[in-house]
Design a protein around this ligand. Sequence first.
Ligand SMILES: [Ca+2]
Ligand SMILES: [Ca+2]
Length: 315
Amino acid sequence: MIRVSTVVRFVLAPGSGVSRPKSRRSTLRPQVALLFFLLVLSALLLLVLSCKDGLRPEDLGVVPDIGYVLLGTNAQGYDEYLWLADSAVMIEIPAGWFTRGSNDDRDEQPVREIYLDEFLLDKYEVTNRRYKKYCDATGTAYPPDPSFPGMPNYFTSYPDYPVVMVSWNDAKAYCDWADKRFPTEAEWERAARGTDEREFPWGNSQPDGTRCNIWENDDGYDYTSPVGNYPAGVSPCGGLDMAGNVWEWVNDWYAADYYGQSPAHNPPGPSSGSRRVVRGGSWGSNAWDARCARRCGYVPSFRGWSFGFRCSARP
Ligand SMILES: [Ca+2]
Ligand SMILES: [Ca+2]
């Protein structure tokens, strides 16, 4: 689906500059072809290897307007990409059906089969580092400090922690800047629980300190934790912190009765409302709120110390 060859063409075009005297065209043609082939091969290898080592293609002089490049296949068998605009790792979730909802709460019913087109989702919650890059590039104000005890200057001193104190509106502006979007509520749930109706990203066992950062869990953190800190809590597609750490804004308006009336294919959420959905629970949540099917809604202007987000995109 993804065309890395697009990247290769872009890399090669400015510097190719090979001239071929007409009188020697026939003898030079094989050498020129070989040179092009070698250039293509080396540029491709350099780009892919550098991404894996944490360098960004921008560091190599590649203009980051070409979208994303393949990093490889993760341990769960899903392809992962580097989204160039904000240097985020994204997971490709193929089109297909999954079971949405649960019988645990009224607004999670009825349990239904839902079909989604292919989409990309950030592997991690958006970090302070990534959000600061956006603020600095656009002149956007930094988020207010959450006043976590013992963690002064949270936004600038904890770059690998999830950004908090961002409203739905703030997060939407980030998505737009990065040429991304919010996941829909259904996409988020599909990525968090896979296709087997599991209760939590890792399965049906209750949360423990190795799986996620929630409240009164022996997980080592009283407030937020660095993103990706709990690999044992990975979701079936490779997503991390999809239970706990920070609640994640998604695109949909919240409606308690939406599941009874939504379409089965790519449900977009209600057409209007007063609250936007958040998913996954946070460092301040109990196990109930960390369930994959759990739904909550908050006004889109609300900035909370347990609220963050991750982005989606469709190829
Ligand atoms: Ca905790
Ligand atoms: Ca989360």
